[in-house]
Design a protein around this ligand. Structure first.
Ligand SMILES: *Cc1c(COP(=O)(O)O)cnc(C)c1O
Length: 376
């Protein structure tokens, strides 16, 4: 089976973790690895502050928490995303308003935002889905016009750029994940980025139980979302490799684009002229003339040794959000269709051209009328 993802852990990562262990940097409150990881990540992005935390979800919770919004207020969130984006709002008593996707990049449709802004709307959370950035120049103009805060969910977009500027440097906050399958990884982990000194301080405070002076006296409800030093040590090595990893992912995407454009009925991922797509996962959408349902294709590919995953179930279809008091009904027909017809293919950075040709061949086999006779 060709897996959807295969983490690449080098000898350098192993050495860095062992060395942090030998220095006793095992927790999240001391040692050199955490500040080093934060500095190198901020330098890579070209932003002022980066605060390491223990997951992408934790990063989103802190970013939303730091805005200090009131229960019942609303955040516009990309409909097609990981539930973690919406849960960051949910756990603060805030209402998620899903924004439908646009058809080309599958990111939130900027043309729909203004009609969704209501008297309780306070923030927008755009998600840079599968590594293609949202047009943040345009989104920031809309946000500024309506005085909305912006939290970028960059869990899938490390290194993606908009007119040369990195995602995670536009909004009040960028939130990154370093889960095993993300562009770079620390096993589990996350980062909050910001250019605002006060907001950075607030995130650091909330990350560590909001300790102030005198010690053990607390004015605010903080969290323990600290990243352990061990993982930060791995992160430092991974940041050093990020451009190589992105080059590999872009090479994989190029091989796929070349091979799959010969197959009718497939919508391939876009890269708009102003964007750098990092192709976190190589995703495709089946058009009606493909002749097979998405689920049938996935089942057939599994039989042929190719692992795949569906797109996200959109936020407008999530019972946990719909049952929340104050939920606003919003139709998201494009995100609904992506959930039904979208899937992503094996996307590990070490995939070879031969493997990708083979996956293309398997898709053709799965689609051919002969498949049922041979494999049925
Ligand atoms: C992975 C992911 C998250 C959550 O990150 P974790 O580190 O797994 O908590 C949030 N948002 C999106 C879009 C993701 O892909």
């Amino acid at each position: 089976m060709i897996p959807v993802f295969d983490p690449v852990i080098g000898e350098e990562e192993i050495q860095a973790v062992v060395s942090a262990l030998r220095r006793g940097e095992i927790s999240g409150s001391f040692g050199s690895a955490i500040p080093e990881f934060e500095r190198s990540f901020a330098a890579y992005l070209g932003c002022k502050h980066a605060v390491a935390v223990n997951s992408g979800t934790a990063a989103l919770h802190l970013a939303v928490g730091a805005l200090g919004l009131k229960p019942g207020e609303e955040i516009l969130v990309s409909a097609s995303t990981n539930i973690a984006s919406a849960l960051a709002a949910y756990h603060q008593g805030l209402i998620t308003v899903p924004v439908d996707s646009e058809k080309q990049t599958w990111n939130l449709d900027l043309d729909r935002i203004e009609s969704l802004i209501g008297p309780k709307t306070r923030a927008i959370m755009p998600v840079h889905l599968y590594g293609h950035p949202v047009d943040m120049d345009r989104l920031m103009q809309i946000a500024q016009k309506h005085k909305l805060a912006v939290i970028e969910d960059c869990a899938e977009s490390h290194g993606a750029t908009v007119r040369g500027r990195m995602t995670g440097t536009f909004g009040e906050f960028g939130c990154f994940s370093f889960y095993a399958n993300k562009v770079i990884t620390t096993g589990e982990g996350g980062m909050v980025t910001t250019n605002d000194d006060k907001l950075a301080e607030k995130i650091r405070l909330l990350r560590n139980l909001a300790f102030i002076e005198p010690r053990f006296f607390h004015r605010e409800a903080g969290y323990n979302f600290r990243m352990p030093g061990l993982q930060a040590a791995m992160g430092v090595v991974q940041v050093g490799k990020i451009e190589k990893i992105i080059a590999d992912k872009r090479r994989v995407a190029k091989f796929y684009n070349e091979r799959l454009q010969r197959i009718p009925g497939l919508q391939l991922p876009a890269e708009l002229p102003w964007a750098r797509n990092v192709y976190w996962m190589y995703a495709i959408v089946l058009k009606p003339d493909f002749g097979l349902s998405r689920n049938e294709l996935m089942q057939r590919l599994k039989k042929l040794g190719v692992d795949t995953r569906t797109f996200f179930c959109p936020m407008n279809q999530q019972p946990v959000l719909r049952e929340q008091a104050g939920y606003r009904e919003v139709d998201c027909p494009v995100a609904d269709a992506l959930w039904e017809n979208g899937l992503y293919l094996p996307s590990g950075p070490t995939l070879t051209k031969e493997q990708i040709d083979q996956i293309g061949q398997r898709i053709e086999e799965a689609r051919s009328p002969a498949f049922g006779k041979i494999n049925g």
